[in-house]
Ligand binder design. Structure first.
Ligand code: G16
Length: 545
């Protein structure tokens, strides 16, 4: 096998964001762009000789071309085994499961998650380490530093490989192994949940579900697990064939982008009992009941409160974690259970150490992500199976489970307002000016509430002591209400400014308000304080979740 060393020049924009390097497809199509970043990773990881690497993606446009290039570079780097999902497919949680099961050195996941795909869409590369989770910041910083010095990469001169046939092919010293992308993941799910019990509900006609795969990676996983193994009726999985452009849609499971599913779930008495959707790479989830939306923050709290009822979590939870902007609903569950609740910066990578150190069993984020220690990524289908198992155990509707939870713990009204595609400099100034106001806020009254604290969130990892600063401006009130401002780290066009608003309502008599109405005063305060509309030049948010 001939290995070529190719001269290259560094790019200055290969800094990974919240979740890997995400750019427009056209950026990745520039000569050497992909190769430079992959070589930067290979130069920073431990000695690859003889080790196993996992590779797959969400099937979006450019996935196949990128995989062929990475196979050749992995062969040149000296890896012993490369496990690639058939057709280049591996959902993010499945990749995490495979890395862990086969004790791989790590894995490369090609995805821009929920961002649109196709030639004009986005592409992305994530590196996951040996625990199956996203590379921590010290690693992504090292990749970035390396990318700025890189002047050569190495690639094997071999023809493209057939990715459709499961099996092994030698490529020099590398064994290329094309694997069934679903099998290991499905086996793991069977070990965590009571498939027999869920199956009985389907058999008895007591459960009708709709799962929207949004023409993204979860299609094959959902068809195999929900329809084939669990017996949901054919057609329960919608948009189940992965497409390179996600069928022209935006594979983001929220009320704005999963409209078709939302329409079905709002469709009167004959609507399915349970609806769910997942995103481009299968790590996010949205859960719906009949005419009922479960906020991701509530979903996490309900799951934590009920975990002990499910086979995989019978021993109870060691602790829980949530990202800082996620509502404090789960904090109340942790308090009741007498376990620790950790507050981390946005980004699944911050949960890795807590999970590895067994400080937490379950974690979640407001951005439609929930997961547990079974892998080191958030996991969309896992959350769906968790809910199905819970429905089968409690034999109640989604809505009645959530309402009972509110009665027991109180309700955290919660909403996120996104201002997308804002001018980057203006968004930066807005956040800077807010930071300047923080010192003067504690003790002050804003509307009917008194500010208890106002800060720029910083996190000290309790396991390795690493410090991460400037993770969002927080204004907390005496009654637990919060206003948070943050700049997204996953967009590829301009800046996305996120406003998160939350308030706690302990009284069940106050649990029936419409969310935006319930949060109106706080939203107004946030907009006034930040001069949000004037400074962004927008009359309102682009997306409300
Ligand atoms: C990624 C991260 C999540 C984060 C989300 C949104 O998710 O893994 O931890 O909450 O982005 O981040 P931001 O607010 O910075 O845009 P995904 O599903 O896009 O990989």
């Amino acid at each position: 096998m001939d290995i070529r060393t190719v001269d290259t020049t560094p790019f200055d924009d290969q800094k990974p964001g919240t979740s890997g390097l995400r750019k427009k497809v056209a950026v990745f199509q520039q000569p050497h762009y992909l190769e430079n970043f992959i070589q930067s990773i290979f130069d920073c990881v431990e000695e690859p000789r003889g080790k196993t690497l996992v590779l797959g993606g969400d099937g979006r446009f450019h996935n196949r071309a990128a995989i062929q290039t990475i196979i050749k570079m992995a062969a040149a780097a000296g890896f012993g085994r490369l496990m690639v999902g058939q057709g280049g497919i591996l959902s993010t949680p499945a990749a995490s499961a495979v890395i862990r099961k086969y004790r791989a050195l790590g894995g490369i996941i090609l995805s821009a998650s929920h961002n649109p795909g196709g030639p004009g869409g986005d592409f992305g590369i994530k590196f996951n380490i040996g625990n199956g989770g996203p590379a921590p910041e010290k690693d992504t910083e090292a990749f970035f530093r390396r990318s700025r010095q890189l002047n050569q990469y190495r690639i094997a001169d071999v023809p493209d490989v057939d990715l459709e046939r499961v099996g092994e092919t030698p490529l020099g010293d590398l064994v290329l192994q094309v694997i069934d992308p679903v099998a290991d993941y499905a086996e793991l799910m069977e070990a965590l949940f009571d498939f027999g019990r869920i199956n009985s509900m389907f058999e008895a006609g007591m459960l009708d579900i709709r799962f929207d795969a949004m023409h993204a990676v979860t299609g094959p996983y959902a068809c195999e697990i929900l329809e084939k193994r669990l017996g949901a009726k054919p057609g329960s999985v919608m948009n189940g064939v992965p497409r390179e452009d996600f069928g022209g849609g935006h594979p983001d499971p929220n009320l704005a982008h999963a409209r078709e599913l939302v329409g079905i779930m709002n469709g009167g008495a004959g609507a399915p009992h349970f609806g769910a959707a997942s995103d481009g790479d299968g790590d996010r989830n949205m859960v719906l009941g009949q005419r009922f939306f479960v906020t991701p923050s509530d979903s996490l709290a309900v799951m934590a409160a009920n975990a002990h009822r499910l086979p995989g979590y019978r021993m109870g939870l060691a602790g829980v974690a949530r990202s800082m902007p996620t509502s404090q609903a789960v904090d109340r569950v942790a308090e009741r259970l007498g376990i620790e609740c950790y507050e981390t910066p946005t980004g699944w990578k911050f949960f890795g150490n807590l999970l590895d150190a067994k400080k937490v069993t379950m974690c979640g984020e407001e951005s439609f992500g929930t997961g547990s220690d079974h892998v080191r990524e958030k996991d969309g289908l896992w959350a769906v199976l968790f809910w199905l198992n819970l429905l089968a155990i409690r034999n109640e509707s989604v809505e009645s489970i959530v309402r009972a939870h509110w009665r027991a713990f109180g309700r955290n009204y919660y909403s996120r307002h996104d201002y997308e595609g804002v001018d980057g400099a203006r968004a930066g100034e807005l956040v800077e000016d807010l930071r300047d106001k923080l010192a003067g806020l504690p003790g002050k009254r804003l509307g009917e509430r008194e500010v208890r604290y106002a800060d720029d969130f910083a996190y000290t990892d309790p396991v390795d002591g690493s410090v991460t600063e400037h993770q969002g401006v927080r204004i907390g009130f005496q009654d637990g209400a919060r206003i948070i401002f943050r700049l997204s780290g996953t967009g590829t066009e301009g800046a996305t400014l996120r406003l998160y608003v939350e308030r706690y309502e302990p009284d069940p008599a106050g649990h029936d308000q419409e969310t935006q109405e319930a949060l109106k005063e706080l939203i107004q305060i946030a907009e006034n304080l930040s001069e949000l509309r004037e400074r962004t030049g927008r009359s309102g948010p682009t997306v409300i979740t």
